[in-house]
Design a protein around this ligand. Structure first.
Ligand code: FAD
Length: 434
């Protein structure tokens, strides 16, 4: 199956986030042949985090972005600051052993801490709130949540509290759930405004951003790597590839490692304080624990932002509202027929193991990708680890990069059909409540 070319047309999708974005300058495209010390492809959280950490250390860094800052998943996501990766600590321990799990446990809180530090230090206005809640639909889900707490506590992480059906009502007033877990170090924010704030912080530290500059080729074998756009090129000492689900086949070595998957979000009209508080009194963000999950929260202007669904291969459903509304009706029947003001879709990169990937294609070509739908915190931590590596400290980078990855069964041609079967299987498990 041929992958689509870079899909950005230079404009943000019609999301609530784009409609409520803080003012930001439009950066000029890359033109002519330039040279820089470190070049980062992609202005999502992974690219911005890497670039900002490096700029703070005094490196000369340029970001080359195909569309706009935060145009990809980073400016479209559910805004949920969730600690941990898609693959749980239990899974990582089972697959790779206690030492690997201990290493990962040491960094699962880091991304959230970096976000809070960025917001504080650079005064980023992104409606940051505390607390995320995982909700259970069945007793089997509750058992999983109890196990999650026990495992995290065994690694010394004690920020999560089990909620029975009654206690959960302090956070979410829906009859669908039997209980949940609150993580007080989680939270939520306006994801595009976080990205725009981080981009401004990067520029304050001397960094350069080129928007509207799709990279069409990358020479990663050269002693000094080069990326090319339609109008220019950038030669660098170190190249960091953070194109994630939208990179397509520009770097053929990375394409088979991940698969683009789309997920959708819709925003209701502003509900007013009273109705909003009657749904989510704790103003936390909520996600359920199913494989194909619902995730939702309130915006600063009291809309319900409701997300869910997955399309393997990364295409957009024809009618996003028609797809999501039945799920919303199940969670909050009292919102049946509510006006939807915005609906949009975005792609994340799924890895076969659901463990994110960082690595090197050559001595001076790094990459990060594959957060598998839980990347708000991970990308921030990986940005710091990539910056440490570029700065000469490879200890944490090498430890994570050693985590094995596996190609999708069937290669690029058949990975979508195989994954659709996988999705059907996980959907069936969700319906059975296991
Ligand atoms: C709808 C949606 C909801 C989500 N909700 C959550 C959530 O609530 N919590 C959570 O933890 N995670 C969530 N995720 C996942 C999370 O958003 C991502 O894991 C994370 O933002 C990935 O960041 P990134 O920088 O790796 O990729 P991206 O943000 O996608 O950035 C990649 C950038 O690279 C650029 N690029 C790609 N190819 C090229 C090229 N050839 N030339 C130039 N530029 C290029 C793109 O334009 C893009 O701006 C969600 C994802 C989606 C799509």
């Amino acid at each position: 199956m041929a992958l689509a070319p870079y899909p950005g047309d230079g404009r943000y999708p019609g999301s609530y986030y784009a409609a409520s974005a803080n003012p930001a300058p439009e950066r000029p495209p890359l033109e002519g042949d330039r040279e820089i010390d470190v070049c980062v492809l992609g202005a999502g959280y992974a690219g911005l985090s890497t670039a900002l950490h490096l700029a703070e250390k005094g490196y000369q860094v340029a970001i080359v972005e195909g569309a706009r800052v935060g145009w990809g998943a980073s400016g479209r996501n559910g805004g949920q600051i969730v600690n941990g990766f898609n693959a749980s600590l239990q899974t990582i321990e089972r697959r790779y052993g206690r030492a690997a799990a201990t290493f990962v446990a040491g960094l699962v809180q880091e991304g959230g801490e970096i976000i809070r530090a960025r917001v504080r230090d650079y005064d980023i206005r992104c409606d940051l709130k505390n607390d995320n809640v995982f909700v259970a639909l069945t007793e089997a889900h509750m058992r999983d949540l109890r196990e999650r707490i026990a495992v995290w506590e065994s690694f010394g992480i004690r920020n999560q509290e089990l909620l029975d059906r009654n206690r959960l009502r302090d956070y979410v007033r829906s009859d669908l759930y039997v209980g949940g877990v609150v993580d007080r170090t989680g939270g939520h924010m306006h994801p595009l405004n976080l990205a725009l704030g981080e981009a401004a912080a990067f520029e304050t530290n001397g960094g350069t951003i080129h928007e509207h500059s799709p990279v069409i080729a990358a020479d990663i074998a050269a002693a000094k790597p080069v990326i090319r756009t339609a109008k220019g090129s950038m030669t660098c000492r170190v190249l960091v590839l953070c194109g994630n689900a939208y990179l397509g086949t520009v770097v053929p070595e990375l394409a088979p490692r991940v698969m683009p998957v789309s997920t959708q979000v819709m925003a209701t009209k502003p509900l007013g304080e009273e109705l909003a508080a009657s749904l989510l009194p704790g103003d936390a963000c909520i996600e359920d624990v199913r494989w194909i999950l619902d995730y939702y929260r309130l915006s600063a202007d009291r809309r319900l932002l409701f997300g869910g669904g997955t399309v393997y291969g990364g295409t957009d459903p024809k009618d996003i509202v028609a797809k999501l509304r039945p799920n919303l009706d199940k969670v909050f029947p009292q919102l049946r027929g509510v006006q939807i003001d915005y609906a949009w879709s975005g792609n994340f990169a799924l890895s076969f193991t659901r463990v994110p990937q960082i690595g090197r294609l050559n001595a001076n070509v790094y990459f990060a990708q594959g957060d598998s739908g839980h990347g708000v915190t991970g990308t921030h931590a990986f940005g710091r680890m990539l910056a440490e590596a570029v700065d000469g400290d490879l200890s944490r980078f090498d430890a994570f990069a050693a985590m094995p990855w596996r190609p999708f069964p069937g290669g690029q041609a058949f990975r979508v059909p195989y994954s659709v079967v996988g999705s059907w299987w996980y959907g069936l498990r969700d319906r059975l409540g296991v």
